[in-house]
Design a protein around this ligand. Structure first.
Ligand SMILES: C[S@@+](CC[C@H](N)C(=O)[O-])C[C@H]1O[C@@H](n2cnc3c(N)ncnc32)[C@H](O)[C@@H]1O
Length: 278
């Protein structure tokens, strides 16, 4: 089911925390509208355990923490990024804006927040445990976010919310390959939230969306596995076996075979493309 324009928007947390942080070009990597959708979702669903996947400077991490502090209830938040250093400027550690906010602005948090840097979701999800709110914002190119959604689903109860960023990024100039989150949003069975953007924006269709896990989400997960049969844009060689190990614990042999076919076909294409370039 699609819920159009049903998510309350909250612009306040971003304005509040960013006024205390040094401005860094293009950070956070969400527009004001997108941050307001995320903050509105947090305030509406009031999660206890929040998982952010894809941190970059940590501007959005700081905005999420501000929202959780405003809610005023205890919380546990985890932020994962594969890169120990900020991808735009490796002089800074990943998440540096959130670290600054924690040290200089928040003081004692009402909840806890932990970074897991230089790692991927299947390596830390058992340590983190079940989560009821996920923000997924990583590569945007296939296989990208599909791998992490499949990995985190067994750790989410019914009613958990997943916010997906960049669900229409592939419509922007020079971003044609950035369709992983859009594909994921289409393939998943769930209650889906989309708030259209104001008329002055280039598109009304937003670049952020949310889905709420229900009984059908796991029952229909084969649609997400089958989406991995699409042509990948990169091949995460070292990571594949780590995802595969986790999938084998939670998914049927048939789904694991589909995954292996997707890996084999895409590995071959990407190998062939490399040979042609060489
Ligand atoms: C688009 S940026 C995140 C922007 C951030 N959410 C914000 O709103 O400012 C993507 C980040 O995802 C990280 N990333 C890419 N693949 C990842 C993966 N498989 N697991 C965790 N992080 C990943 C990159 O290192 C990068 O820092």
């Amino acid at each position: 089911m699609i819920r159009l324009n049903a998510m309350p928007m909250d612009f306040a947390p971003r304005r509040k925390i960013l006024s205390h942080l040094p401005a860094y070009p293009s950070e956070p990597e969400m527009s004001e509208f997108e941050s307001a959708f995320l903050c509105g979702a947090l305030k509406t669903f009031r999660p206890q355990k929040i998982l952010e996947i894809g941190v970059a400077s940590g501007g959005t991490t700081a905005i999420i923490l501000q929202t959780l502090e405003d809610i005023g209830a205890p919380y546990e938040m985890h932020s994962i990024d594969v890169a120990p250093n900020f991808w735009r400027n490796p002089k800074y550690p990943t998440g540096f804006l959130a670290t600054l906010a924690k040290e200089k602005f928040f003081g004692n948090l009402r909840g806890t927040h932990k970074f897991h840097l230089g790692t991927i979701l299947p390596q830390v999800i058992d340590e983190i445990g079940g989560v009821d709110f996920v923000i997924l914002d990583t590569t945007h190119m296939l296989p990208g976010e599909l791998l992490d959604f499949i990995a985190v689903l067994p750790y989410m109860p019914e009613g958990a919310l997943v916010v997906l960023h960049d669900v229409s990024l592939h419509q922007f100039t020079n971003c044609e390959k950035a369709d992983a989150t859009g594909i994921l949003f289409g393939a998943v069975t769930a209650e889906k939230f989309l708030n259209f953007q104001p008329d002055e924006c280039v598109f009304r269709y937003p670049n952020i969306a949310a889905l709420r896990v229900n009984k059908q989400t796991a029952a229909n997960i084969e649609n997400v596995f089958l989406s991995l049969i699409l042509r990948w844009d990169y091949f995460p060689d070292e990571q594949i076996k780590i995802y595969r190990q986790l999938y084998r614990r939670f998914y049927s042999d048939a789904l694991c075979e589909i995954f292996q076919e997707a890996v084999d076909m895409n590995g071959l294409h990407i190998w062939a493309a490399q040979q042609n370039r060489g």
